[in-house]
Design a protein around this ligand. Sequence first.
Ligand code: SF4
Length: 55
Amino acid sequence: MAHKISEDCIACGTCINECPVGAISAGDIYVIDADKCTDCGTCADVCPTGAISAE
Ligand code: SF4
């Protein structure tokens, strides 16, 4: 299991500094590395567009 970023991502960069394991990569739409993600939920809590959810 890992969290995932949807097309609602506006690439604001808020989540990338919050991830405790460095699983998030920047891009037109940010991406979460499923192998690193621990499903802590921190990024989903800070995303202003609600683009991040558990799969
Ligand atoms: Fe990082 Fe936690 Fe978000 Fe997974 S759920 S990408 S570990 S902040």
